[in-house]
Every structure is written in structure tokens, then in C-alpha cells.
Design a protein around this ligand. Structure first.
Ligand code: ADP
Ligand code: AMP
Length: 214
């Protein structure tokens, strides 16, 4: 099963992608997590990406597309995957469609997690992230068991630099301009499913399970 998660930054794509990954036994691939791991490891890719991420802009397609297409060739992707944060532009979506078509494959579901902009700023300012394992929490809606400590790996949690309100506003503009058109792209491809992302996170997941099948 090959799934793309669509939605604004902070809509809950990562939260739901992790739950899908655990239930259906397919890897969760987040391009944001891959970039952050590269920034932490101070790789050349990480240093290039950081400049764009800190400004709330997209990392250029020339860097992002190759990185993602390499990742989905890996062994753990044989039975599918859930993509979180990719594609974010029409050229990214077209490259993915083309690469899959060359292998006789296609995306099975594009799930749009719909959350209005008004809710996004509070979601993002409460988000806490583990930069080691990629787990995310919310101070109010999904708190860790111990304040500011990752339940999974025990690392201290951080407020991402790009989750500060000024940057979130920029990211929302970029989303509406470059990423929202993908909803139509996947609708035309006949694989779009929509869920109401304002419900609590378990209710959103139940709606997704209804779409994917138990
Ligand atoms: P995205 O991957 O789309 O950027 P996240 O999954 O990281 O978004 O979610 C953003 C923030 O909102 C996180 O702090 C997360 O814990 C919280 N969150 C996710 N889904 C919900 C929900 N349905 N209700 C309330 N808070 C949520
Ligand atoms: P995320 O963790 O998905 O919120 O992504 C954080 C940041 O990483 C984004 O604001 C972008 O700067 C960058 N990024 C992640 N995925 C992509 C992508 N598919 N294309 C371009 N930039 C991306």
C-alpha cells in the first residue's frame, strides 16, 4: 500500500503517518525528518536544506526529489510506504508518478488531512519534537509521559525553530501557493480521500482506517 499524506504544516500528517505505519507495517517516510537528521549530522545536504527550512521555504526540488526517489528504492519499501511531507510541489508529484509508472506502480491513496489555518498556529506553537527519533507531541493535545522528554527514546524535546509563529505564517503561505494544488492533482488521479483533521487524533485515525480498510 502506497500512501501520500497531504495537508498544511501542522495538520497532523506526521502524527497519523506514524499510526498508519504501526498498524499496516509499512515505513513512515518524512522528508522533513530526513532533512533534520542531515542537519543534526551536519552533512552537506543538511547544510543546504537548513538555509531554506529556517526561512519557512521549501528545499529546492533538485535536492528533494532525488533524495526521496532513492529512499523509496530501499528494501523496506517493497510492500509500500506512507509519505509524509512529500510531494509538496507539482513537479515533485509528477516525478513520483513517473518514477512509479516506470515500475508499473502508482500511489494508492492520497489522504488530505484538512485543518483550517486558524487552528494551525496553536498546533504548531504547542508542538514538541524529538530530533533523534522524529516522534512529535503536543503540550496540550498529545503530551509526553514526562514533560519535555521523548517517550520513545528519552531524548529532550525541542520546539522546532520553524514552528515559531513568524515562520509558521510563511510556511502557510508557501503551502497555499505550492502544495495545496496537489489536492486537485490527486483528485484527478482518482486516489484522493479527505479527513477532517480538526477532530481529536484518535478520531482522525479511525476515519483513516475506514478509508484504508481494517
Ligand atoms: P504535520 O506532520 O502535518 O506537520 P504533526 O503531526 O506534527 O503535523 O502535528 C502538529 C501538532 O499538532 C503536533 O504537536 C501534534 O501532536 C498535534 N496534533 C496532531 N493531530 C492532532 C489532532 N487531531 N488534534 C490536536 N492536535 C493534534
Ligand atoms: P516538515 O517536517 O514536513 O514540516 O518539513 C519541514 C521543512 O522541511 C519544510 O518547511 C521544508 O522547508 C522542508 N521540506 C520537507 N519536505 C519537503 C519537500 N517535499 N519539499 C521541499 N521542502 C521540504
Amino acid at each position: 500500500m502506497k500512501i501520500v499524506m497531504l495537508g498544511a504544516p501542522g495538520a497532523g500528517k506526521g502524527t497519523q503517518a506514524k499510526k498508519i505505519s504501526a498498524k499496516y507495517g509499512i515505513p513512515h517516510i518524512s522528508t522533513g525528518d530526513i532533512f533534520r537528521a542531515n542537519i543534526k549530522g551536519q552533512t552537506e545536504l543538511g547544510m543546504k536544506a537548513k538555509v531554506f527550512m529556517d526561512q519557512g521555504q521549501l528545499v529546492p526540488d533538485e535536492i528533494t526529489i532525488g533524495m526521496l526517489l532513492d529512499r523509496i528504492q530501499e528494501d523496506d519499501c517493497k510492500n509500500g510506504y506512507v509519505l509524509d511531507g512529500f510531494p509538496r510541489t507539482i513537479p515533485q508529484a509528477e516525478s513520483l508518478t513517473k518514477a512509479l509508472a516506470n515500475m508499473g506502480e502508482q500511489i494508492d491513496y492520497a489522504i488530505n488531512v484538512d485543518v483550517p489555518d486558524e487552528n494551525i498556529i496553536s498546533r504548531m506553537s504547542g508542538r514538541r519534537a524529538c530530533l533523534k527519533c522524529g516522534q512529535t507531541y503536543h503540550t496540550v493535545y498529545n503530551p509526553p509521559k514526562t514533560e519535555n522528554v521523548c517517550d520513545v527514546c528519552g531524548e529532550p524535546l525541542v520546539l522546532r525553530d520553524d514552528d515559531k509563529p513568524e515562520t509558521v505564517k510563511k510556511r502557510l503561505d508557501v503551502y497555499h501557493d505550492q502544495t495545496q494544488p496537489l489536492i486537485d492533482y490527486y483528485k484527478k488521479a482518482g486516489v484522493l480521500a479527505e479527513v477532517d483533521g480538526t477532530k481529536d487524533l484518535e478520531a482522525v485515525f479511525q476515519d483513516i482506517v475506514k478509508i484504508l480498510g481494517a
